[in-house]
Design a protein around this ligand. Structure first.
Ligand SMILES: Nc1ncnc2c1ncn2[C@@H]1O[C@H](COP(=O)(O)OP(=O)(O)OP(=O)(O)O)[C@@H](O)[C@H]1O
Length: 299
């Protein structure tokens, strides 16, 4: 991820600039490519299983630009597979875009996944490792250690190897480690939230504190109430396309309307809502450095 050096040239006070970013995955597919395969049933299936898989392209995100300014809490909504997590991974630098670039004023922290931990080591050793990986000094780790262990709620299990943890316990530890720093850019992907009810309460409290301190927050959630409660701006993505970007109520209502039509089988009216949303989108363009790096929004 590149740092933006000349941010003062940009409109407003950006934390993140997403410049014409797109993401394509190449994945093996078992679908038979050969149209001339006339064999049927098991013979065809066997042929497919034995054959070298053909690679297909998945367009996870089509080119899109966004500028997130300081003080914004941006919710990302969309159907399953629409590209929300991919966008978060691009912002956090976990994956590189196929095209375009993401610029950030500081390293974005994705809650719960950034800590690279070692399953063979006990939880407390992993706390130290995870904190070092996030760039904390020994003194900072010593200061935060008890807080992290307490937030994880692992109690005596903190001394056991991580490989003996349930997936919920492991994600609690990762969350507690990641939440120990106060990032300027905070990313929360609700899909990663696998803790139980008691932990959900504790993590929500810490998340609220972090949101309060962060310069800018991105939140992916299927809970539209959570989005409305927490966000100052909402982005709707569908099948890799940016459809809407704006005031939370307006975007959430349009998205709800869209899914309501889809669930009733009104595909044509749902498609119209999609087209209308896309046509009235105000597109962000990040202009070339030679013209003075600026972002502007045009219809
Ligand atoms: N590592 C990967 N390799 C190949 N394809 C991927 C990969 N990750 C995601 N995809 C594909 O990219 C598209 C977008 O996926 P993504 O996980 O970003 O969607 P999402 O909006 O977060 O979905 P959900 O709401 O179900 O979590 C999907 O078609 C998915 O199959």
């Amino acid at each position: 991820m590149d740092a933006v050096k000349d941010l003062e040239y940009l409109r407003e006070d950006p934390c993140i600039v997403i410049d014409e970013v797109s993401m394509r995955y190449r994945v093996p597919s078992s679908e038979a490519p050969a149209a001339d395969d006339t064999s049927s049933g098991t013979a065809r299936l066997l042929r497919r299983v034995m054959a070298k898989p053909n690679l297909v392209t998945v367009n996870a995100l089509n080119p899109m630009s966004l500028v997130a300014v300081r003080g914004e809490s941006i919710g990302i909504v969309g159907r399953n597979g629409s590209g929300k997590s991919t966008l978060m991974k691009l912002i956090s630098g976990q994956v590189k875009p196929t095209k375009g670039a993401v610029y950030a004023v500081s390293t974005p922290v994705m809650l719960g996944v950034n800590a690279a931990l070692v399953p063979e080591l006990p939880g407390d050793h992993n706390v130290v490792l995870g904190c070092l990986a996030m760039g904390m000094s020994k003194a900072q780790i010593a200061e935060k250690f008890d807080e992290i262990v307490e937030l994880s709620g692992l109690e005596k299990a903190i001394h056991l190897p991580m490989r003996s943890y349930s997936s919920g316990m492991a994600s609690r530890l990762r969350f507690a480690i990641a939440a120990s720093i106060d990032p300027e850019i905070l990313l929360i992907d609700e899909a990663l939230n696998t803790g139980d009810a008691q932990f959900a309460d504790r993590s929500k409290k810490r998340m609220d504190e972090l949101r309060g301190k962060a310069g800018c927050v991105f939140l992916v959630s299927h809970s539209l109430d959570t989005i409305l409660e927490m966000c100052t701006r909402v982005v709707w993505i569908d099948k890799g396309d940016l459809l809407m970007d704006g005031e939370p109520k307006a975007v959430v209502n349009a998205y709800k309307d869209f899914t309501r039509h889809l669930s009733k089988g009104n595909n044509i009216s749902a498609a119209k809502i999609r087209t209308d949303a896309m046509e009235s989108l105000t597109v962000t363009r990040v202009m070339e450095r030679s013209t003075g790096r600026r972002s502007m929004r045009t219809h």
